[in-house]
Write a protein that binds this ligand. Sequence first.
Ligand SMILES: [Zn+2]
Length: 397
Amino acid sequence: MLGPQLDLFVINDDIGKGLPLLTPKGTIIRNAILTYERKLEAEMGFSEVWTPNIAKSDIYKRTGHWDHYRDVMYAPFGIDNETYVLKPMNCPHHYMIYASRPRSYRDLPIRLSEPGTCYRYEKSGELGGLTRVRALTIDDSHILMREDQIHEEFDHCISMVRKMFAAFGLKDYFVRLSLNDPSDAVKYIADADTWKRAGETLETIIKDNELTYEAGRGEASFYGPKIDFMVRDAIGRLWQMSTLQLDLFMAKRLGLVYTDSDGKEKHPVILHRGLTGSIERTLGILIEHFAGAFPLWLAPVQVVIIPIAERHTEAARKAVESLRRAGIRTEADERNESMQSKIRDNTLQKVPYFGIIGDRETKDGTIAVRTRQGEDLKAMSLENFLIRIRNEIEHKL
Ligand SMILES: [Zn+2]
């Protein structure tokens, strides 16, 4: 297990099974992923919201989650005279933001997004590291739109998923088209025509986006068919990550409406989008995928400055300060150890760059740069070093 060795997260029995605690380094990576996702979302017109971790249990009865999803929900609890639950998903909270004001056909699509932490029961035997947990943050979005906007919105989401996988160096993936089982009237809200239409729409979108796919009957959500991205990581494990779900039922069920161009009230359709599905699980996948050697944009410590002797400490501290001011996550290794052992220890911690400072560097105002792969980039000015690493960060190399 690389996670604890790299000091990225902790599982503590006194806190509980399946409840990972992210350390400062783990939190840096989690935030780097979220920052990148927020940038993608801002480019594509999403609006971030924030919603609480609990809600009244009645809302889940109205959505149908109570009937279909209850085995993964935790026991209800009382506040005053009302019954609440920990949220197992963010959908109802987002619907109520939509419903809070009148909406016109011109307002659509409305794209609400939130990294929303949810709580789900997983059997204790299935809990492991970060990949199966009882508290997970879904990089969630709900797009409420007109039917004529479905194709374009799915296209946008697929292109976001593709960009994100490229940034993570995940190249091997295909999609599963999860459809309803028409004979299972208990699980699936009954309306054969709507199900058929929704399934066909998703199949067309998959083909137009030239995605490799396979279809599975009886794997859909109770409210609609979905496209799940199945991703193979560097060590050959297959993960279900992004999910794009088409929901043609829930708006009607909850009375969510907009006023169309003809003045009539209509129900929007909803796209449920999980970008990776779970931020914490993604961190767990990426730890092993990169074998701990995160690319520079994700690395918790990006540069370690190593003074060769005590007389170089001041120059080292100045370099750390300058790099930190430039937004680079930098530490100084001032331990009373040889340069070789400092390089070895920081290589084990998979730090991408080392900046070594000795007599010559102190005099010239430079740093001697080495990579964790052992490449010697020779002495350079801080400005030139910054140009190099900023480019690497910007392009997610
Ligand atoms: Zn949802």
